[in-house]
Design a binder for this molecule. Structure first.
Ligand code: FAD
Ligand code: DLZ
Ligand code: SF4
Length: 511
């Protein structure tokens, strides 16, 4: 009798997948908690526990729907601790005649499963994960023959193709981009909406992880785990975002303020990346809410949100599959430094970094502009090797899966790809950080001071970055103005800035 085994990876918890439409006696699903996955990065403890909690909830749901499922727990005696070893063992034990899996999102796992298929005697098939708007190769096809990969063009094509906020082939309001109306600083006494958090009890899962020697970072309140671990909670978070946050999403998308860890962001990346909810339903619900209540939710807020998901999220996935595996080796600036020790502890006198890192350690989350313009900005200014930076981002965030982590980190944030994702490096001095946040006022360092006592490190490191990389950036038309400013500075001022930067770089762990 033919018997099929279907592998479900930890980021494939899509209950609407066509696999699950019917119950088939000849199919057995398999899910597994394995050390190969807990150990390929030093993950945040909330990430490991969050994945396992969501996987276990998905397993119970499939069982309740009468599917046959084998679930291998982390400390099961016969767990061989990797996808391929466990599958080989299951094939031998249960006499499976056919293996199926959904297209993995990660290059490493894709290669591993392809190799497994060529090493086993039974027939195999790979199917779509039925989650994204685009296939792995749509971006490559769209930009074929082009030298640059402009997000805006890809975004507009997808809006048209999926008829999202369109009237015929024109944008509904006649305008594609509302960025200029968005991105404001939070007013001084503005109290943001408190985030919806869950109170999941994951103490047993944590105890199992703690029995192993898996290395993790960060803290967890296992009796009150804040992240959604199933589809119902993910939908609840989506509703909360739409009711409480969407109307201010665009406005405060780039704002930062101390001790407010999510502001008007959706925190849906974990739910989406592990496929508990789909980007289509997120977009559809947001559009429905805007249609129902256009006085509360202005169009620019909605477009800002739609752009992140149909635009950036699909774009990053396309870049990943077009450019891997070379992408993971790119280091445009030949940076070689180590990440400062305080990236792992949050113990720094720089208020903006202290806040962004501590909240990352406490919640396994930071919003986009904290990742890009605080931690990423500093790491690039400090000349840290992109491998070190990738390892940090891949571990610390609950939503970190390589396809979306590496393109954002190596590409958007570090410009290590030399300009595939971005047209210029995202670096700034204190003035941008102060413009978008309330961090500087209570900082040990002084935002307006460039050299000498208590000078904000961002200021001298910023000019040092441009000076050091002039051969690579000097001709970039988007940066020309900064080089004009630099060249017009008095030589003494330049020397003082470079000496200050050199001092800070030599004493980076003391900052
Ligand atoms: P919101 O601000 O509410 O945005 C809504 C959704 O839009 C997000 O859930 C996400 O799915 C999508 N989105 C927004 N920006 C991006 C983007 N630049 N790329 C892809 N999707 C985007 N995102 C991840 O999902 N995983 C990562 O590992 C990751 N690493 C990052 C590393 C760096 C250095 C930077 C600068 C960004 C990274 N991002 C990553 C992108 C972005 O910061 C997160 O998607 C976002 O902060 C998640 O929080 P949210 O759900 O509240 O997003
Ligand atoms: C992130 C993660 C972790 C920590 N553990 C597991 C696991 O034990 N089993 C599993 O199937 N998936 C896990 N994941 C997610 C995988 O790393 C993810 O499925 C791959 O990176 C493919 O994108
Ligand atoms: Fe960050 Fe500098 Fe502002 Fe301090 S003064 S919060 S280090 S930008």
């Amino acid at each position: 009798m033919s018997k099929t085994v279907r592998l479900i990876l930890g980021d494939q918890l899509n209950s609407n997948h066509s696999w699950f439409k019917t119950v088939d006696d000849s199919v057995v699903y398999v899910m597994m908690e394995v050390r190969s996955e807990t150990d390929y990065a030093k993950h945040h403890i909330q990430k490991v526990v969050g994945f396992f909690a969501a996987m276990q909830a998905f397993y119970l749901d499939l069982k309740a729907k009468k599917h046959e499922v084998i679930y291998i727990y982390l400390n099961d005696e016969d767990n061989l601790q990797s996808f391929d070893k466990n599958i080989k063992s299951l094939i031998a034990k249960h006499q499976f005649t056919h293996l199926e899996y959904q297209q993995p999102d990660e290059f490493r796992v894709d290669a591993l499963l392809k190799e497994l298929c060529s090493a086993i005697a039974i027939s195999t098939a790979v199917v779509d994960s039925e989650h994204f708007y685009t296939s792995r190769t749509d971006l490559a096809d769209f930009f074929e023959g082009k030298k640059t990969f402009i997000l805006e063009n890809f975004y507009r094509m997808l809006r048209k193709q999926h008829d999202v906020l369109m009237e015929g082939d024109q944008p509904l309001t006649g305008k594609w981009n509302y960025d200029s109306e968005n991105r404001k600083k939070l007013p001084k006494n503005h109290k943001p909406t408190a985030p919806l958090v869950f109170s999941n009890d994951v103490t047993e899962i944590l105890a199992e992880v703690n029995k192993t020697d898996a290395k993790t970072i960060g803290t967890i309140d296992a009796a009150n785990f804040v992240w959604p671990i199933n589809r119902e909670q993910s939908l609840e978070l989506l509703d909360f975002f739409i009711d409480e946050c969407l109307h201010l999403f665009g406005s405060y998308q780039d704002a930062m303020t101390p001790n407010e860890w999510s502001l008007y962001h959706s925190r849906l990346s974990f739910s989406m990346n592990i496929k508990m909810i789909s980007p289509q339903e997120v977009i559809e619900k947001a559009i429905q809410a805007w249609r129902a209540n256009p006085d509360k939710i202005e169009y620019n807020q909605l477009e800002g949100f739609v752009r992140q998901i149909i635009g950036w999220r699909e774009y990053m996935r396309g870049i990943y599959w077009l450019k891997m595996p070379e992408y993971a080796t790119m280091n445009f600036f030949n940076n070689e430094e180590k990440l400062p020790d305080w990236f792992w502890t949050g113990k720094t006198k720089m208020n903006c970094l202290k806040d962004a890192i501590n909240q990352s350690l406490n919640f396994a989350y930071a919003h986009h502009i904290q990742r890009l313009m605080i931690t990423g900005n500093f790491a690039l200014l400090a000349g840290v090797h992109p491998d070190e930076i990738d390892a940090w981002y891949l571990g610390i965030y609950i939503d970190a899966i390589e396809w979306v982590e590496i393109t954002n980190t190596r590409g958007m944030s570090q410009f290590a790809d030399g300009g595939i994702v971005g047209t210029k490096p995202y670096v700034s001095s204190a003035s941008y950080i102060d413009k978008m946040s309330h961090y500087c006022g209570s900082c040990f360092y002084k935002k307006e001071v460039k050299t000498g006592e208590k000078a904000c490190p961002f200021n001298s490191l910023y000019w040092n970055f441009y000076d050091k990389n002039e051969d690579k950036l000097g001709k970039n038309p988007r940066i020309g103005m900064m080089y004009n400013v630099w060249r017009k500075m008095k030589p003494e001022a330049q020397t003082a800035l470079l000496e200050q930067a050199d001092y800070y770089l030599k004493n980076i762990n003391e900052l």
